[in-house]
Design a protein around this ligand. Structure first.
Ligand SMILES: Nc1ncnc2c1ncn2[C@@H]1O[C@H](COP(=O)(O)OP(=O)(O)O)[C@@H](O)[C@H]1O
Ligand SMILES: [Mg+2]
Length: 262
């Protein structure tokens, strides 16, 4: 699904990504965990073909960037991110936003068929936003916007579905509702490979069997989530002692109090 070898991104003489080697196989769902500014969104921009690596090679869905027609490839990759959110016009209705997903366009410019509307309605139902279909985007809550964006992304029948910090700005109940929807998407075999980017460990759902730890533009560690997300490893990752607790088959993190030695 994804194969990055020795990928680096340099901007304004700054190494934003350094020597990234990462493979995602079909059937795996990955989370990418890293602090603010660690390079997560930049990594997603490489995968989406929005950013060309300064060095190294990026292959996505078997196609190598530089040798393929990116708009066609991008139609197979669904992206749920704040940058997509910001591009949507406030007056656009939910139905039209979801329909635009079929064409991977911002705004609906092409003729739609009855079958498209039926499919959009199916996904709006799945994402619990069918009651909003006539409502303007600008009037939606943050949680509703995220659900609409997921329905939109599913319209193109993507092979890869990428979430860039989808729970930012959500209260705990709304966040858990969204996470439940994402977990359900992972269960159905007909749905795509999921990549979930976050800076909160507790958002890593059990379906994310694999995790990539990204730190200062470099891979700190990668592999099976249950082996990676341990107290010892995360303390090293955050460079301070943390304690972890398991709840709902997820890891919840707390910083340990640092007791001054006398
Ligand atoms: N186009 C750019 N030019 C210069 N610096 C950039 C550019 N894009 C991102 N950066 C910097 O690269 C770092 C990683 O950014 P980003 O990938 O957005 O991190 P994250 O998504 O993990 O918070 C940040 O320090 C950011 O300021
Ligand atoms: Mg980011």
């Amino acid at each position: 699904m994804i194969h990055l070898s020795n990928v680096s991104v340099i901007k304004n003489k700054k190494d934003i990504l350094k020597n990234i080697n990462w493979k995602v196989k079909q059937g795996e769902h990955w989370s990418i965990l890293g602090l603010n500014g660690s390079g997560k969104t930049t990594l997603l921009n490489v995968i989406n073909g929005y950013l060309h690596p300064t060095n190294g090679q990026a292959k996505v869905l078997g196609e190598q960037f530089g040798k393929t027609y990116i708009p066609d490839l991008r139609k197979q990759i669904g992206l749920i991110s704040s940058s997509i959110q910001q591009q949507i016009q406030d007056f656009e209705t939910v139905l039209s936003i979801v329909l635009s997903g079929k064409f991977a366009s911002i705004g609906l410019w092409e003729a739609v068929e009855k079958a498209d509307v039926e499919l959009a309605q199916k996904y709006m139902k799945l994402l619990k936003c069918d009651h909003l279909q006539e409502q303007a985007y600008g009037t939606l809550s943050q949680g509703e916007r995220q659900r609409v964006l997921i329905a939109r992304a599913l319209m193109a029948d993507p092979k890869l579905l990428i979430f860039d910090e989808p729970c930012n700005g959500l209260d705990i109940i709304t966040r858990e509702e969204l996470l439940e929807i994402i977990e359900n998407l992972s269960i159905s075999a007909s749905y795509p490979t999921l990549i979930y980017v976050t800076h909160h460990v507790e958002e890593i759902l059990p379906c994310f069997t694999h995790t990539l730890l990204l730190k200062d533009g470099e891979i700190f560690d990668q592999g099976l989530s249950k082996e990676l997300l341990t107290e010892k490893n995360l303390s090293n990752f955050y460079e301070r002692p943390v304690s972890v607790q398991k709840e709902q088959n997820r890891i919840w993190l707390a910083l340990k109090e640092i007791v001054e030695q006398k």
